[in-house]
Design a protein. Structure first.
Length: 457
């Protein structure tokens, strides 16, 4: 069901329920209070009759005589004794003589239906001439009230139908007025050509706040999709470019070996060595691509732990010293700080920065761990070629390399620091870089202090 139809249907139904309940309240309230008013008038008339009967008795006139002269427009008067016998019966219609309510010594009023006719009645105790207590009952036909009720009922029914129809029509107009801007916005959103080109929609100042929010959300989504598509295209182009060189080398040497490999041993050795090196490089590049994809599409927050940072750094440094065949010094104070991270991610971060320090420097590497107020830092410092200041902002960009020739020689892919940045963001780690040309570079990892020393041991 469409949103406009739902709004129109729900609003009409709710208003219809309110109208019907209101009319029912009006009808039954009017009926109740009009009958109460008629009964009150009948009680007053009964009280007047009793007063006249008492005065007549004092004058020696029979109470029955007084009742005989009591006139009714349309009704019935009777006097009942304690045995339920009628002492006096006066009716404007003979059929009314069948009306009968039980004898009672207390005063009460009631509504009586007889032969599809409606009466209000009052029963009042009376002290008769012999001192006995009789019951005076007066009935009055209230057909005129029920005719009014019937007219009121049809007025309310017809007015309710007219009102509901008007509400339905007005709801349709109002709903179309509200929904039409949304429909126009949806048509613009469904424009295939604009979606394909990631075009944003201009915000109309006259639109409601909700439409502006919807338009802004759509525009933000388009910009995100465009950025994602641009990044994807750039990644594919860069990856293709990176893989093109080793594939070209392998293809060239394969053709050379196909022609001369059986006759020239020097070319055979050279070709095998070149193909082996380029294959290794392709394997490394593929692993970097997979690693980057995994990091950028994973959420490791559920696996975070409080770990002793000094112990982890020393463990990673000890393993890499054997691979690099170079000294890695780990310097820390006596504190035992813990950080809240994904352990494998932090270890990969350390490996990336230590691997960079190894590739771009031929001297030892220093790792300094400090605990300051509210934060913990790990600084990886090398004493190599350094990075120009104007390129520091670009080093975390995918496939960006400061020294292309040296990077290719050392086997760099331009993805390591980009992976490191994503890992740091996933673990709420800040990265600072300081570098001086021909003096070296320092990468500093900054963590928020989450627990007290030794708490996670």
């Amino acid at each position: 069901m469409k949103l406009g139809t739902k709004i129109q249907l729900y609003t009409t139904v709710m208003i219809a329920i309110v109208v019907i309940l209101s009319n029912l309240l009006i009808y039954f309230s009017y009926k109740h209070y009009s009958l109460e008013a008629e009964m009150g008038q009948l009680e007053n008339r009964g009280s007047n009759i009793i007063t006249e009967m008492q005065q007549a008795q004092e004058s020696g006139i029979s109470g029955e005589t007084v009742l005989q002269y009591f006139s009714l427009s349309d009704g019935y008067v009777t006097m009942l004794n304690s045995q339920g016998d009628h002492l006096v019966r006066i009716a404007t219609e003979e059929s009314y003589l069948e009306l009968n309510q039980p004898y009672s010594t207390s005063q009460y009023t009631d509504e009586v239906t007889y032969n599809k006719e409606h009466f209000v009645m009052v029963s009042m105790p009376v002290i008769w001439e012999n001192g006995a207590v009789h019951s005076l009952q007066i009935y009055e036909n209230v057909y005129f009230l029920y005719e009014t009720y019937n007219i009121l009922k049809w007025i309310l029914v017809i007015s309710s139908i007219i009102l509901i129809v008007l509400v339905f029509i007005l709801n349709q107009l109002i709903t179309n007025l509200i929904i039409s801007p949304i429909k126009r916005l949806v048509r613009r959103m469904n424009d295939t050509e604009n979606v394909r080109r990631y075009k944003t929609i201009p915000v109309n100042k006259s639109d409601a706040a909700e439409l502006k929010m919807l338009t802004d959300s759509y525009n933000d989504m388009m910009l995100m999709l465009k950025a994602h598509d641009d990044n994807q295209q750039a990644f594919i182009m860069n990856a293709s470019h990176e893989l093109k060189t080793p594939l070209t080398v392998i293809s060239s040497y394969a053709k050379m070996l196909e022609r001369f490999g059986k006759t020239r041993e020097d070319l055979l050795d050279e070709g095998i060595t070149a193909i082996s090196e380029e294959t290794t490089r392709m394997k490394y590049l593929t692993e970097q691509f997979l690693s980057f994809t995994k990091v950028t599409h994973s959420d490791t927050s559920a696996d975070k732990e409080h770990i002793p940072v000094v112990q982890l750094v020393k463990s990673v440094a000890a393993r890499l010293e054997k691979v690099f065949k170079r000294n890695i010094s780990v310097i820390s104070d006596d504190a035992n700080p813990h950080v809240y991270v994904y352990p494998d991610a932090l270890e990969q971060l350390l490996r990336i920065f230590l691997d960079n320090a190894y590739k771009y420097s031929e001297k030892d590497i220093d790792v300094t761990i400090k605990k300051d107020t509210g934060k913990i830092t790990i600084a990886i410092q090398d004493y190599g070629i350094g990075i120009p200041n104007d390129e520091l902002d670009d080093i975390f960009t995918r496939f960006y390399r400061v020294d292309k020739a040296r990077t290719r020689k050392s086997g760099g892919s331009g993805l390591g620091l980009s992976i490191a940045k994503q890992l740091a963001e996933n673990n709420d780690i800040d990265i600072e870089v300081k570098s001086v040309i021909k003096e070296g570079t320092t990468f500093t990892l900054i963590f928020k202090e989450e627990v007290r020393d030794g708490e996670a041991e």
